[in-house]
Design a protein around this ligand. Structure first.
Ligand SMILES: [Zn+2]
Length: 81
């Protein structure tokens, strides 16, 4: 009998967030710390960006701006500089 592969009630309260993983990290030509994220879901590549997050934030991975609705990205409050 056809059925849902999973019960939606079992899903987390929030919609699952597709996160990018760190593919490279180091220093930018200017000497500042840089880091690079890539999404394994859609292939979105941030390129080298300033590493302005704590390492713990990096390890948590960044939400992918392409995979996630802008309203649900946790990055929204952190990207305003
Ligand atoms: Zn993505």
């Amino acid at each position: 009998m056809p059925d849902l592969l999973f019960d939606k009630a079992d899903l987390p309260r929030r919609a699952p967030v597709k996160r990018m993983r760190v593919v490279d990290a180091g220093h930018l030509p200017g000497g500042s710390k840089g880091i690079r994220f890539k999404c394994r879901h859609c292939g979105h590549d941030t390129g080298w960006i300033d590493d302005e997050w704590m390492i713990t934030e990096n390890r948590r991975r960044l939400p992918c701006p392409s995979c996630n609705d802008k309203n649900t990205t946790e990055l929204s409050s952190e990207s305003t500089t």
